[in-house]
Design a protein around this ligand. Structure first.
Ligand code: NAD
Length: 249
């Protein structure tokens, strides 16, 4: 039980096969009370109820600062505090540089990067008041190697931005006892990738992965749990690869 008596908020944790949902389940299993924040509020409430009555689901579009602040207030009202924030929500789009419209750029940057800023801005004052906390942010192998498999260059840019933002926040809020770290997954089988991979493409990708398989949501949930818990008490500004060895550097 790594998160006994802890309260955790996880964005983008409603979708059934997603990394966020798997993380919510693992954190609940480890004793945390979990708030599932998602743009799909009904699904967030359903996902929370499936975990048990002590968990809550909240409507929250991470691109909307007022919604992020309202969600943080709701978490504090329900749990009395927040120890863990998982900035997990994200969207992708498989396009090439010359095809990226201004609208695409804004949408991808807004959810993946601005959302991390807004949700952190909403929760950090509560963590400060509580004497500290752990923020874990979702980046991607796409940020490190200049493109993953599905994300376009705007997705790589957004996820690379998350690395910079998280490291800067780690420096700024370390003295408040707030740790900030990132995970950089490779190809994880969730709805974001579902149905987009032919058998040949899948076999090609797996040939380039030393652990010889695609990732599962629970692979990333385990890294999130480590960074959320006191096992990583002296870790901040770090990036943990969860990619089966797809990128070793
Ligand atoms: P997913 O589509 O299952 O989950 C994304 C969740 O984010 C959904 O529940 C969705 O409703 C929610 N969401 C979307 N826009 C939102 C918004 N504006 N506000 C709040 N919630 C919003 O996909 P996933 O694969 O579980 O993705 C989770 C995170 O992992 C994303 O940030 C994604 O970019 C990242 N990631 C995924 C992979 C992969 O291969 N699956 C690899 C690296 C990084």
């Amino acid at each position: 039980m790594l998160l006994n008596d802890k309260a955790a908020a996880i964005s983008g944790a409603a979708s059934a096969r997603g990394i966020g949902r798997s993380t919510a389940a693992l954190m609940a299993e480890h004793g945390a009370r979990v708030a599932i924040l998602d743009i799909d509020g009904a699904l967030a409430r359903e996902a929370a109820a499936a975990l048990g009555p002590q968990h809550i689901g909240i409507d929250c579009d991470v691109t909307d600062l007022a919604a992020c602040k309202a969600a943080a207030d709701e978490v504090i009202a329900a749990f009395g505090k927040v120890d863990v924030l998982c900035n997990n929500a994200g969207i992708t789009q498989p396009v090439k540089t010359l095809e990226i419209s201004a609208e695409d750029w804004n949408r991808i940057l807004d959810v993946n990067l601005r959302g991390v800023l807004y949700l952190s801005q909403a929760f950090i004052p509560h963590m400060r008041q509580n004497g500290g906390g752990s923020i874990v942010c979702m980046s991607s192998v796409s940020a490190q190697r200049g493109g993953g498999i599905f994300g376009g260059p705007h997705y790589s840019a957004a996820k690379a931005g998350v690395l910079g933002l998280a490291k800067a926040m780690a420096r700024e809020f370390g003295p408040d006892g707030i740790r900030v770290n990132c995970v950089t997954p490779g190809l994880i089988q969730t709805d974001i990738t579902a149905g987009k991979l032919s058998d040949t493409a899948r076999a090609d990708i797996i040939r380039g992965i030393p652990l010889s398989r695609l990732g599962e949501a629970k692979d990333v949930a385990g890294a999130y749990l480590f960074l959320a818990s006191d096992l990583s008490a002296y870790v901040t500004g770090a990036v943990i690869d969860v990619n089966g060895g797809m990128l070793i550097h």
